[in-house]
Design a protein around this ligand. Structure first.
Ligand SMILES: *Cc1c(COP(=O)(O)O)cnc(C)c1O
Length: 217
């Protein structure tokens, strides 16, 4: 199957209003251009260097989303152009994004990554920690970032009951955050293997790579 055929198949399965983030990490610019030529404009990367290189090599109307963990010291490399950072897992990182946004004369859109999975390898706020940060108004100390919603990942397992329960929890966290920040409208959850379940549980943004480009080597 070609990239185009894969994309058409994914699009058929997406509900109305669900944003596709084409996860292009590890794939070459030629592959990205094929998806671009099919009309895709939102691409996700998880390494700042790779993202900056691709940004420089590809058309300027692409919106680049950072979906992987990024160290504070590297935010400066993507701050001039990044469209949305999905993976804000600490106040320290948020503070650095705020600082770099100000330096670049812009506001940077971010999602708060919430940890709901069973695996220790995944990053993110625990829900209570995030509720405290939001509901005490502490987030207002960072006026150069706009908190646009929540991102999360389910445990890597074939057990759909576990995956569904974790997505449901993410949706609950999202709904509670929105009581304080009504403009936070993005719920980013779902990847190649689990985006159908994520959609059923209320996702409005899915991050899909291998189902479009084929398995990563
Ligand atoms: C790699 C990655 C994806 C996409 O994974 P696929 O299985 O290739 O669809 C989504 N989200 C994050 C955070 C990732 O690192």
């Amino acid at each position: 199957m070609s990239i185009k055929e894969n994309l058409l198949k994914i699009r058929e399965q997406l509900s109305a209003g669900v944003q596709l983030v084409v996860v292009s990490k590890t794939y070459p610019v030629e592959a990205i251009l094929q998806a671009y030529d099919c009309g895709e404009r939102v691409f996700g990367e998880n390494r700042y260097k790779e993202m900056a290189e691709k940004y420089n090599a590809l058309p300027r109307d692409i919106q680049w989303h950072m979906i992987g963990s990024i160290q504070s010291k590297n935010v400066k490399y993507i701050a001039p152009f990044v469209s949305l950072i999905h993976s804000v897992d600490s106040e320290k990182l948020l503070a650095e994004i705020d600082k770099q946004a100000l330096k670049n004369g812009r506001v940077i859109d971010v999602l708060m990554e919430v940890f709901v999975a069973r695996e220790e390898t995944k990053h993110g706020w625990n829900p209570d920690e995030l509720f405290r940060f939001i509901e005490t108004g502490a987030y207002c100390n960072y006026p150069n970032v706009r908190i646009c919603g929540v991102m999360g990942m389910a445990t890597f397992t074939d057990d759909q009951t576990v995956v569904r329960a974790e997505f449901r929890l993410l949706k609950q966290v999202f709904d509670r955050i929105r009581k304080t920040i009504p403009s936070a409208t993005v719920l980013s959850m779902g990847m190649s293997e689990d985006f159908l379940i994520a959609q059923q549980e209320g996702s409005n943004t899915v991050r899909i790579g291998s189902a479009i480009f084929g398995k990563r080597i």
